[in-house]
Design a protein around this ligand. Structure first.
Ligand code: NDP
Ligand code: 2IT
Length: 444
């Protein structure tokens, strides 16, 4: 089937899955031209086989809270594609989780993982359980109950989950412990593990650092220095924190952070000391970003989005569709020069169009935030060879991978006017690798 036929067919079959359709539409529209140059792809209905996940597991998760109440959540694992390696991708715990969101993430993950140059297929999982407001023991019981179902479907050579929204080192530790007990085996079945039990140095930092390494490559194409640039960062979790960390190291000035309740704007910049405070607030005390404004006496906007402020560089690091068309127009009108996505699909299609028309530097998540999963891939390698690499070794491999992803984007996304279409570049590069692997392995 032709690209447009597949798209309208998917819309008919999955009308209640807007995020999945959004991600699929973006990729298919940017690869259409290349796809049409390969009649052998169409002959084997490659597109439809690429868009529909290999399988989806859905299960009930039952757990008891501290008051003795029995709670029921939904659990999922989407195994999208294992043509270039074991299924690989994070687990998200958030009340908004549903099949559409996980299908979009698993689809995107497949291309992102292809771009890393490492042998990893694509998958994603999660639950509509939110750790927010839960005690440590409730989170532990939930993670154990979740893994009690999930363990049957995963394995170090089959499917290797990791963290995402609501799943950090703490949750990975609990899930790893439960997997090990059920399977009776110590294997690298999850990434993002603690350093004491097979985790990799730099994995916590990797998504944020990787995003800035990618941004540096983009800025280099226009001869722009990052030092002194005012940066808008959204979110205040793993990705946002290490994005700020690297910005501070490079002399840039992060001025915002947010959570689902609102955002802070600190005109003096988030310094090293203030970032240490945020890390303790968010990772240990599990507090709200509002408390930053109370501690440092800056602006807090309840219910607001950082995109109503202005800055030189925008680094969305919270969630999907957080930047809409109006936000994008405001950012462009107030002089943003680069947008690099730490989050997955944070810009709506309209926002992407605004950025691209304005010819600012714009990097989609599947390229810019691939450093997280790439370092997960490095964790898998270290687990397989039973060795731990030093911080510098992992960091320099991460830098090389991000530079390589940038090169792939330039190769497939260079435009006649000298600019680079990073959306097209990332989508075509990822697609070609996965497509060739599917063709080589026969009709399955
Ligand atoms: P965290 O759970 O550590 O942090 C998420 C942050 O975003 C929190 O501040 C959270 O606020 C905020 N947030 C989440 N959902 C919403 C929402 N619906 N509305 C408003 N704010 C929200 O997750 P990560 O930092 O790991 O993930 C952030 C993004 O980066 C996600 O899009 C994820 O898919 C992506 N990503 C993560 C990678 C990783 O390695 N962790 C790798 C690649 C991409 P609150 O605390 O109030 O919920
Ligand atoms: O979206 C992502 O790339 C992640 N959440 C990280 C996945 C991983 O397997 O490390």
């Amino acid at each position: 089937m032709k690209v447009q036929e597949v798209l309208s067919d998917l819309k008919r079959r999955f009308p209640n899955e807007p995020e999945y359709l959004q991600a699929v539409t973006e990729v298919l529209e940017s690869i259409e031209e290349v796809y049409n140059e390969h009649p052998e792809f169409e002959k084997e209905n490659l597109i439809e086989r690429l868009c529909i996940p290999d399988r989806i597991f859905t299960f009930r998760v039952t757990w008891i809270d501290d008051k003795g109440k029995v709670n029921v959540n939904m659990g999922y694992r989407i195994q999208h594609s294992n043509v270039i390696g074991p299924y690989k991708g994070g687990i998200r715990f958030h009340e908004s989780v549903n099949p559409s969101i996980l299908k979009f993430l698993a689809f995107e993950q497949t291309f992102k993982n292809a771009l890393t140059t490492l042998p990893m297929g694509g998958g994603k999982g999660g639950s509509d359980f939110s750790p927010r407001g839960k005690s440590k023991t409730e989170v532990m019981r939930f993670c154990q109950a979740f893994m009690h179902e999930l363990w049957k479907y995963i394995g170090s050579e089959t499917d290797v989950p990791a963290g995402d929204i609501g799943v950090g080192g703490r949750e990975i530790g609990y899930m790893f412990g439960q997997y090990k007990k059920l399977q009776g085996e110590f294997t690298g079945v999850l990434t993002g593990k603690g350093l004491e039990f097979g985790g990799s140095l730099i994995r916590p930092e990797a998504t944020g650092y990787g995003n800035i390494y990618f941004l540096l490559e983009m800025l280099k194409t226009r001869g722009i220095d990052i030092a002194g640039k005012k940066c808008l960062v959204s979110g205040s979790g793993n990705v946002a924190q290490y994005t700020c960390d690297k910005l501070i190291q490079l002399g840039a000035i992060p001025v915002t952070l947010s959570d689902s309740d609102g955002y802070i704007y600190d005109p003096d910049g988030i310094t090293r000391e203030k970032l240490d405070y945020v890390m303790e607030l968010k990772n240990i005390d599990r507090g709200r970003i509002r408390e930053y404004a109370e501690t440092y006496g800056c602006k807090y906007v309840p219910g607001g989005h950082v995109w109503s402020e202005s800055g030189d560089i925008a680094l969305p690091s919270a969630t999907q569709n957080e930047i809409d068309g109006d936000d994008a127009r405001h950012l462009v009108e107030t002089g943003v020069i680069a947008v690099s996505e730490g989050a997955n699909m944070p810009s709506t299609p309209e926002a992407i169009e605004v950025f691209q028309k304005a010819k600012i530097l714009y990097a989609p998540g599947k390229a810019a935030n691939a450093g997280g999963v790439a370092t997960s891939g490095l964790e898998m390698t270290q687990n397989s060879i039973r060795l731990s690499w030093s911080r510098d070794e992992v960091d320099s491999k991460l830098k090389e991978i991000m530079k390589d992803i940038h090169r792939q984007c330039v190769k497939y996304g260079a435009q006649p006017d000298g600019t680079i279409d990073y959306v097209k570049g990332a989508n075509i590069a990822g697609f070609m690798k996965v497509a060739k692997a599917i063709m080589a392995q026969g009709i399955l």
